[in-house]
Write a protein that binds this ligand. Structure first.
Ligand SMILES: *Cc1c(COP(=O)(O)O)cnc(C)c1O
Length: 399
């Protein structure tokens, strides 16, 4: 299967009202109708090209959603106010009181906290598993299981979920496979590999400029329409609506996503290879030493590399903390959570992005206190960052 998502996205063109190369922003919450029949029809069913109210759809939000559905090869998409807005509404659309989720335990801390701490209030319980252990996944399936939830590339140890095999497991039990592909847009196309629903935090690579939080849900027409249903749709009724002004700015940034992803990946590969060569323990799916290097290679669209996130082990929390401060002073990048920014960001997962995960579970996951996660930026010459990182590692006696 060859899929060229960047080529598909490049052909998506909507002209502005006066022929603008960018679509016009519809700065309206509500929309006028010329007949009473039409309004009634729009409440009863989705009518192509007909807009009701901006919590449901706004033209600019639809343009961005259409660009993202083109990226994923799905039938439809809906943009959301945040990644967690996309994740929570998707899971609530699929699950109700009494249902169970099987989730990878190495997921974004907020997603973990949502399923671990919040969903039990609604009677939705989650089994957290090592998603690379397929026997373990199967053993947790019950008649109440509705969803298997995973990230394509997980945080912070960059483990890979075998999406094709997970889909086969789902099919045997009528379960939906929901995949968070935030770490690997363009790199992996989960829907093509079997995911029923693909969710994104657009906040990261897809927007890439760190000027907003945003999310998206991509899936079949039937599923995405059900999310928007005025009667019982989670997106419509819980209301994590993106502002159309923001949709316009994200839309424009999708135009450069392929170039950015290539540079993020190029820089991450360069840093990962060279730090590993220098004797540092590095986790990066592009490295031959990564235990699932062959799996991810078989899943990838060829042109975009292995994405921009890598993790190193500095052995102790003290080392990790010192290193991050030194690197910020040396202009390697910025000490901040999040990823997929044009500049390099680094943070220590145990005390930040994965801090919602209890320490004993962190240990089980193979997380050690000295981890430092890098989201490599799109620097023109990664050798400059490499020299600076090595200097900082020398100052803490790691090199
Ligand atoms: C950041 C992130 C989220 C949450 O997205 P927000 O836009 O911050 O709500 C979900 N999943 C992953 C993998 C993330 O990195």
């Amino acid at each position: 299967m060859d899929f060229f998502p960047a080529n598909e996205m490049q052909d998506y063109q909507i002209f502005g009202e006066f022929g603008g190369v960018n679509p016009s922003i519809t700065d309206s919450a509500t929309f006028t109708f010329m007949t009473t029949e039409k309004m009634q029809q729009c409440f009863e069913e989705e009518v192509e090209g007909c807009f009701l109210y901006s919590r449901h759809l706004n033209p600019m939000n639809k343009f961005l959603a259409d660009q993202l559905k083109t990226m994923e090869g799905t039938e439809d998409a809906q943009v959301m106010a945040s990644g967690l807005g996309a994740i929570s509404t998707t899971l609530l659309q699929l699950c109700q009181n009494g249902d169970e989720i099987i989730s990878s335990r190495t997921i974004y801390g907020g997603s973990y906290a949502l399923m671990k701490n919040f969903f039990p209030r609604l009677g939705i319980n989650t089994h957290f598993v090592d998603i690379t252990d397929l026997e373990m996944v199967k053993s947790k399936i019950t008649k109440n299981t509705k969803v298997i939830y995973t990230e394509t590339i997980s945080n912070p140890l960059l483990e890979i979920a075998d999406l094709k095999t997970l889909r086969a497991i789902c099919d045997e039990h009528n379960i939906k496979l929901v995949v968070d592909n935030t770490f690997s847009p363009l790199v992996v196309s989960p829907y093509k590999l079997g995911a029923h629903v693909v969710v994104y935090s657009l906040t990261k690579f897809v927007n890439g400029l760190n000027d907003c939080v945003a999310g998206a849900v991509c899936g079949t027409k039937e599923f995405v329409s059900s999310m928007r249903s005025v009667i019982d749709g989670a997106a419509m009724l819980l209301g994590p609506t993106m502002d159309p002004l923001r949709a316009a700015s994200i839309f424009k940034n999708t135009r450069t996503l392929h170039i950015r992803m290539k540079q993020h990946s190029h820089n991450a590969m360069f840093i990962a290879e060279n730090l590993e060569k220098a004797g540092i323990k590095v986790f990066y799916p592009g490295l031959k030493s990564h235990s699932q290097h062959d799996l991810i290679t078989s899943m990838m669209n060829k042109e975009f590399g292995y994405s921009g996130v890598l993790t190193i082990d500095c052995k102790t929390k003290e080392n990790a903390n010192k290193l991050m401060m030194l690197m910020q002073d040396a202009k390697v990048g910025l000490f901040a959570v999040s990823l997929g920014y044009v500049k390099t960001l680094f943070s220590s997962p145990g005390s930040s992005t994965s801090s919602e995960i209890p320490e004993d579970v962190q240990k089980e996951m193979g997380m050690t206190p000295g981890l430092v996660r890098f989201s490599m930026g799109i620097d023109n010459d990664p050798n400059i960052a490499l020299t600076r990182i090595k200097n900082c590692l020398k100052q803490i006696n790691m090199l």
